[in-house]
Design a protein around this ligand. Structure first.
Ligand SMILES: Cc1cc2nc3c(=O)[nH]c(=O)nc-3n(C[C@H](O)[C@H](O)[C@H](O)COP(=O)(O)OP(=O)(O)OC[C@H]3O[C@@H](n4cnc5c(N)ncnc54)[C@H](O)[C@@H]3O)c2cc1C
Length: 378
C-alpha cells in the first residue's frame, strides 16, 4: 500500500478547500440561522461541481483513486463545515449513488447530470418512525394501482428533505425491498418542519410522511437478485460518517493546537505544560490512527469490497468514538474559548455523538463484527 496521496489528489483537496472557502469561513454555515435551504446549498454544490469532488464514487475519474481519493476529499470538506458536508453528501453520495445503482437509464439521463452540476438536490429516506430498520421489515410500503404505485409510510431524520427536488424512500413493494423515487410536490408527500438537532445545525433534517402518495410504477426500483438495499445504503452512510469523523477530528485538533501555541499562562504558551502537551499527543495519536483505518477501509473498498464491509464496521466504531474523545479533549485544552459558539472545536464536539448513532450504530457495528468473526454472517 502506498501511504502518500498523489499530486493529483493533493490538488483535488486544495481545490475542494478553495471551492467552499467563501461559504464556510468563520463557521457561519454550522448554525441554525444559516440553515442550508436550496438557495444556500446550490451555490456550494455548483462551486464543488467545478472540481471532480461530486463525481467521486459515482463515476470513474481519470488519475484519481476512487474511494481513497474520496475519503481524503471528504475529510477536507467535513473539516471546513460539517453541516455543508452532510448536505452535499446526502445529495450526491447517498441519493446520487441510489440513482447510479438503481434508476432506469431514462431517469439516470435526466437526473445524474443535473445532480452532478449541483442543480438538483436529492435526499435518501431509510429510517422509519418508531422502529429500527436494522432487523425489522420496513413499514413503508407501496401498492400497485393501475400504472401507478400508492405509497404509505413515515420516514425520520432525512437530510435535505425540506430542500430536496427528489427523495428516494426505501420500503417494500410486492413483498420485495424497493426504493421509491419521489419528486417534490408529488401529492401525498408531506415534508415536516426541520428538526432542531444537536450538531450539524446548518443541515436541514426532517421527517416525511407518505400519505397515499402516488408515483408512476417506473419510479419504483427493485434490487437485482442478491442485492440488499439497506445493507448497501448503510455502507454508503458509514463511509460518509467516516469522512465526517476525520473532518471534525482534524478541525478540533487544529483548533486546540493553534490555541495551545498562542495562549499563554505564566509567560509560556500552554502547550509548554506537559498536561496540555500530553492531551494533544493523545489527540494526534487517535487522529492518525483513525486516518489509517479510514483510508485502509477506502483502499479495501477498491481492492476487495467483501472484506471492506467488516473493516468499515471496525472503522465506524474506532473513528467515531475517537472523534468524540478528540473533540472533548480539544475543548478541555481551549478552556472557555472552546465553548464559545462558532468555535470549530465546539462545532465538532456537537457533531461527534451523531456520528456514533447514524448509519450502523457503534453497538450494532460491534455485533456485526463479532458475528462475522464467528462466521454467523458472511
Ligand atoms: C442528524 C441525523 C441525520 C440523519 N439523516 C438520515 C438520512 O438522511 N436518511 C435516513 O434514512 N436516516 C437518517 N438518520 C437516521 C439514522 O441513520 C438513524 O438514526 C440510525 O440509523 C439509528 O437508527 P434509529 O434512530 O432508528 O435507532 P435504533 O437503530 O433503534 O437504535 C437505538 C439504540 O439501540 C441500539 N440497537 C438497536 N438495534 C440493536 C441491535 N440489534 N443490537 C444492538 N443494539 C441495537 C442502537 O445501537 C442504539 O443505541 C439521521 C439521523 C440523525 C440524528
Amino acid at each position: 500500500m502506498n501511504y502518500d496521496f498523489t499530486r493529483q489528489e493533493t490538488a483535488l483537496f486544495a481545490d475542494v478547500t478553495k471551492a467552499v472557502k467563501e461559504f464556510t469561513e468563520d463557521g457561519k454555515l454550522d448554525c441554525r440561522k444559516n440553515a442550508l435551504d436550496k438557495k444556500s446549498l446550490q451555490p456550494i454544490l455548483r462551486s464543488l461541481a467545478k472540481t471532480p469532488y461530486l463525481k467521486l464514487g459515482l463515476e470513474p475519474e481519470d488519475g484519481l483513486n476512487g474511494h481513497l481519493s474520496l475519503m481524503g476529499a471528504m475529510e477536507v470538506l467535513a473539516a471546513a463545515s460539517p453541516s455543508a458536508y452532510l448536505a452535499v453528501e446526502a445529495s450526491t453520495r447517498l441519493f446520487g449513488r441510489a440513482v447510479c445503482q438503481w434508476a432506469n437509464p431514462d431517469q439516470k439521463k435526466r437526473l445524474l447530470p443535473q445532480l452532478l452540476a449541483g442543480e438538483v438536490i436529492g435526499a435518501l429516506a431509510l429510517s422509519e418512525a418508531n422502529v429500527s430498520v436494522e432487523n425489522q421489515p420496513f413499514v413503508t410500503s407501496g401498492k400497485k394501482d393501475g400504472s401507478n404505485v400508492v405509497i404509505n409510510g413515515k420516514k425520520q431524520y432525512v437530510i435535505n428533505a425540506p430542500s430536496a427536488d427528489w427523495i428516494a424512500a426505501a420500503g417494500t413493494y410486492d413483498d420485495s425491498m424497493a426504493l421509491f423515487f419521489i419528486e417534490k410536490n408529488t401529492p401525498g408527500l408531506v415534508v415536516n418542519p426541520p428538526l432542531e438537532t444537536m450538531g450539524y445545525e446548518g443541515a436541514l433534517i426532517a421527517g416525511i410522511s407518505l400519505e397515499d402518495c402516488q408515483i408512476p410504477e417506473s419510479q419504483v426500483v427493485l434490487p437485482s437478485a442478491g442485492q440488499d438495499i439497506p445493507a448497501m445504503i448503510r455502507m454508503w452512510e458509514n463511509q460518509m460518517i467516516l469522512g465526517a469523523s476525520l473532518g471534525i477530528s482534524s478541525a478540533a485538533f487544529d483548533a486546540a493546537c493553534n490555541f495551545a501555541k498562542s495562549h499563554k499562562s505564566g509567560s509560556k504558551p500552554v502547550i509548554a505544560y506537559q498536561e496540555i502537551g500530553f492531551k494533544l499527543a493523545e489527540m494526534l495519536t487517535l487522529l492518525q490512527t483513525s486516518q489509517l483505518l479510514a483510508y485502509r477501509t477506502a483502499w479495501t473498498l477498491e481492492t476487495n469490497p467483501k472484506e471492506a464491509r467488516e473493516l468499515m464496521w471496525c472503522a465506524k466504531v474506532f473513528c467515531t468514538e475517537s472523534a468524540e474523545q478528540i473533540c472533548s479533549q480539544a475543548l478541555q485544552v481551549m478552556g472557555a474559548a472552546g465553548c464559545v459558539e462558532g468555535n470549530r472545536a465546539q462545532t465538532a464536539y456537537r457533531c461527534a455523538k451523531y456520528n456514533q448513532v447514524t448509519g450502523t450504530s457503534t453497538e450494532i457495528a460491534r455485533v456485526k463484527i463479532g458475528d462475522a468473526e464467528l462466521g454467523y454472517r458472511e
